[in-house]
Ligand binder design. Structure first.
Ligand SMILES: CCCCCCCCCCCCC[C@@H](O)CC(=O)SCCNC(=O)CCNC(=O)[C@H](O)C(C)(C)COP(=O)(O)OP(=O)(O)OC[C@H]1O[C@@H](n2cnc3c(N)ncnc32)[C@H](O)[C@@H]1OP(=O)(O)O
Length: 242
């Protein structure tokens, strides 16, 4: 009897130790990841400012930062993994929609269609994304290190109120500007007849993507408003599971 109780205690201790090791590894990884992402977006911010100060125009700005942007925005896919394995308490769906829509904007719109790279709307969403990500990743970093200054917390949970809709406007105007080029070039499209007997029109796909902002964006925005109430005003929010 005594020995089985002891066994139970040993097992519990082992489990607790395993959990502690896991959470130390997870915290170390997240700290490294968030520092790297803050640095990446700071590099982008500085590159954009330097370009604009030196050239006095936004023309050519996208090309000059394209590689760094593609790298850091694509690397954000790791965040979907963080949610999936449970090391951050965030919905896989909410994070997945946010990250995938950004990756789509970078790779399948801005990077693929040279003719729209100098649109003002591209600069609009780039500036907004950069401000958001510097704030967001530095918030996570300082939070993990338990050194969070109030102004970063305030910025994380207030700036999005304006930046989120402005970013969406920049993204939608960019996709809209891409439509005529996509229609004319027939890019990423498959017309019948072909050996797969499949037809796909990227032009209509982009229109569907634009329309999908109508149901999806409010969900992300209200999610952030709930997070804001929880973090800044201490409200207890019961979120539905994925
Ligand atoms: C394939 C084609 C797809 C086409 C789809 C088309 C539809 C698109 C509609 C979508 C439109 C999106 C537009 C968008 O791109 C525009 C912009 O971004 S504009 C710029 C403004 N943007 C923002 O402000 C972004 C706001 N969004 C986010 O912050 C995140 O993306 C979001 C996933 C929404 C964040 O939600 P989350 O639940 O993570 O909130 P919290 O930050 O409060 O975190 C909750 C807890 O998790 C901890 N956490 C999360 N991540 C980390 C991390 N990396 N390291 C450490 N800890 C982390 C966080 O600390 C919280 O923990 P605790 O509660 O303990 O404090």
């Amino acid at each position: 009897m005594a020995s089985s109780e002891e066994d139970g205690t040993v097992e519990e201790k082992e489990n607790n130790n395993k959990k502690r090791t896991k959470s130390t590894v997870a915290t170390a990884w997240l700290t490294f990841y968030n520092i790297a992402m803050t640095a990446g977006w700071l590099v982008l911010a500085m590159a954009m400012m330097r370009f604009y100060i030196q050239k006095g125009t936004h023309r050519g700005l996208y090309r000059s930062i394209a590689r760094t942007l593609k790298f850091f925005q694509t690397f954000a896919l790791v965040e979907v993994g963080h949610c999936a394995i449970g090391i951050v308490k965030t919905s896989v769906i909410v994070t997945g929609v946010q990250v995938c829509s950004r990756i789509f904007m970078v790779w399948f719109i801005t990077n693929s269609i040279r003719q729209i790279q100098n649109e003002e709307s591209v600069i609009l969403f780039l500036v907004v994304w950069t401000m958001t990500e510097i704030t967001r990743y530095s918030y996570y970093t300082f939070n993990l290190l338990r050194l969070l200054p109030y102004f970063i917390k305030w910025a994380r949970y207030n700036l999005f109120i304006v930046l989120y809709p402005v970013g969406v406007i920049g993204e939608l105007l960019t996709i809209y500007a891409a439509l005529p080029f996509v229609r004319r070039s027939g890019m990423y499209s498959m017309r019948l007849p072909n050996k797969y007997n499949v037809s796909f029109d990227y032009y209509y796909c982009l229109i569907i993507v634009m329309l999908s902002y109508i149901p999806l964006f409010p969900q992300l925005y209200f999610h952030m408003l709930r997070q804001r109430r929880r973090v800044l005003h201490g409200e207890v929010i019961v979120e539905k599971d994925d």
